[in-house]
Every structure is written in C-alpha cells, then in structure tokens.
Design a protein around this ligand. Structure first.
Ligand SMILES: Nc1nc2c(ncn2[C@@H]2O[C@H](COP(=O)(O)OP(=O)(O)O)[C@@H](O)[C@H]2O)c(=O)[nH]1
Ligand SMILES: [Mg+2]
Ligand SMILES: [Zn+2]
Length: 314
C-alpha cells in the first residue's frame, strides 16, 4: 500500500478525481470521514489537497485526510436549510471578464463580484476584454472603469482574446494558480481561455451559464488544468459565486477603498448611509472614495436589507 498526495480536480459526490503529479486517480472517501467545523452536504470539494492511500493492484484510492483550506466558496444547500454546499476550495484568484458593450457589464455587477471575492478572501482581478473593438466613446468608458477600479485598489487588465493583446501578461499572472473565471455570457470567457491555452479547447458555453437561476440541484464545480501550469475553476454558475449571509454593517469592510475611513466613523456599526459623523460618506463627497463605488455600495446594501434580493438568496 502506498500513500499519495494530490488535489481534487473533479467530484461527483461519490467519486473524487485526484491529480497527483501527472496522474489522475479515482478515489472514494474513507467511510467514517468527518470534518470539524463547517456543516456541509459534501465534506470535500475541488481544490482540496488530500492524502489518499492506494492498495497494491487497486485502481481506486481511498481519501484519508484533507489539508487545511485557505478559503472555500460555498452556497446554501437548499433555500431553506442552514447547511451549506462546498463548491471549491483553495482559490488563488477570482477573475471577472467584463465588457462595456456586447454585452454591457455594469459596475454594480463588478462590485458585487468584488465584495464576494473579498468576503471569501480571494484576490480579485478585473479583465476588460474586446479592446480591439472599443474606440472613441467606448474607449473612454474603458478608461473610466480602469481608473475607478485602480483607484479602489484593484488590478485591472485590458485584453483582446481575439487579437491577442495582453494575453501573455495574463497567462503569466495565472500560471500555477487556481483561478475562478466568471462574467456575463458573451463577454468572451471561452475565447479568452482558448487564447490563454490553445491546448485547452474548452467547449463554448462550458462556463458559467448552465445553472443560471434559482435551481438548487446538487451541482459540482470542476477544475481544468492549464497546460502552462495552474487550473481553471468552472463554477456551475455565476450566481453560485455569492455570499451566503452577512449583516448590513459588515458590507463596508469588503470595500478595500473604504477601509482607511471606517475607523473614523462615529458609530462602530455604521452602515455609512445617513448616520452622523460618517467618515465614509464624507470621503465619497470629497472624492477620496469614487462616488460610483459609494453609490453601488448603497444599492448593494439596500439589497442586503431586502430579503427578496437575488444577491442574498441566490
Ligand atoms: N472583437 C472581439 N470579439 C470577441 C473577443 N472575445 C470574444 N469575442 C466574441 O464574443 C462572442 C462571445 O464569446 P465567448 O467566448 O463565447 O463568450 P462567453 O460566453 O463568455 O464564453 C464570440 O462571438 C466571440 O468571438 C475579443 O477579444 N474581441
Ligand atoms: Mg463560454
Ligand atoms: Zn460610516
């Protein structure tokens, strides 16, 4: 019998595909496997680093241990239950592909993505695609996006999946990392992935849009190795990449550009709406926080307070 270490790259609930070096092993979970802490419907997810044993002559391994995770993305198992479903673990980067047109990505959508990444402790990257067709007014719009998010402290890249601009730099950024890709349908995720890794040949439509709304069937994410090193995580849907639950006063803490001002608010649980002596609102008025970021903060906050919002209940 030998003991091996590897990374779970696919799971069906019953079986786990575990990559160890160049090989992929089909593994099951030790029968009495338990994890302390989180109550989840599945104990192990893609991205988990595990230790498994392989009996001589056997083709399937038995997972014995899972290493401590640096982060996990989860969602509610069902709308009603308190239990959660692990979608993926140990993400190094969350990447959102955006375009100002064809289709338009709003800054509200980007900000929702960014706070989710922040809440999960995953570094975020904004990739503006299709710059080959963005001239004139559209170019100004791209510049606006770029300045707004750089000012907020985020990394913004401009690329063309079609013409290849910015692709080498982006590939270098993703190398050896586990990266989650999201973005509206049509922004060019598949094109971008193929430009980054021509050996990849992901089918168009593979990422992000098979489980668009409200379906709480049990779905599992999958990791696709990049030929240049690293993995791409394909979540079953953009809606799945959302925060499960939080309180109104917490929201501001997921805006890195608010951080330096929050300690100066009069109230510790300030929601930065209409409280007296709010340093965040003052900073937005003075332009030290981008006014559109503050505006989006307010609209996300309204949704948090509104139980019906698809952000909270997705
Ligand atoms: N002009 C231009 N078109 C692009 C670019 N990237 C993708 N597209 C086009 O946008 C459409 C949607 O791309 P696709 O990769 O399927 O988007 P996905 O739904 O996000 O996976 C296709 O017609 C692509 O050819 C780009 O960089 N420039
Ligand atoms: Mg696609
Ligand atoms: Zn405040």
């Amino acid at each position: 019998m030998q003991t091996l270490k590897g990374k779970v790259i696919k799971s069906t609930g019953r079986w786990y595909m575990v990559q160890s070096g160049e090989e992929v092993f089909r593994c099951s979970l030790r029968g009495n496997f338990r994890l302390k802490g989180i109550r989840t419907t599945n104990p192990i997810a893609v991205g988990d680093n595990v230790e498994f044993t392989l009996e001589d002559g056997d083709e399937t391994g038995l997972i014995q241990k899972v290493e401590e995770r640096k982060n996990v993305i989860i969602r509610k198992a069902t709308n009603l239950s308190k239990a959660t479903h692990l979608l993926a673990a140990n993400l190094d980067l969350a990447l959102v592909v955006v375009t100002p047109v064809f289709p338009r990505t709003s800054t509200g959508f980007i900000d929702r993505f960014l706070i989710t990444a922040e809440a999960y402790h995953i570094p975020a990257l904004i990739v503006i695609n299709k710059i080959d067709i963005l001239y004139g007014e559209l170019e100004e719009y791209v510049q606006y996006y770029e300045e707004m998010y750089r000012f907020a402290g985020y990394d913004v890249r401009k690329v063309s999946a079609l013409e290849g601009n910015g692709i080498d730099d982006l590939r270098a950024e993703l190398k050896d990392k586990v990266t989650l890709f999201t973005g509206h349908s049509g922004v060019g995720k598949s094109a971008l992935i193929n430009a980054l890794d021509s050996e990849h040949k992901l089918k168009t439509g593979d990422i992000s849009h098979y489980h668009l709304k409200g379906k709480h069937t049990t779905t599992f994410a999958e990791m696709h190795p990049f030929s240049f090193g690293g993995y791409l995580i394909d979540t079953p849907g953009i809606k799945e990449f959302g925060v499960v639950d939080f309180e109104a006063w917490e929201l501001g803490h997921w805006f890195p550009d608010f951080k330096e001002f929050i300690p100066n608010c009069k109230f510790k649980n300030c929601t930065h709406v209409g409280e007296p002596d709010c340093a965040v609102r003052a900073a937005a008025e003075e332009g030290r926080i981008h006014p559109e970021r503050y505006h989006n903060y307010l609209s996300i906050l309204r949704n948090v307070e509104d139980e019906e919002s698809d952000f909270k209940t997705s």
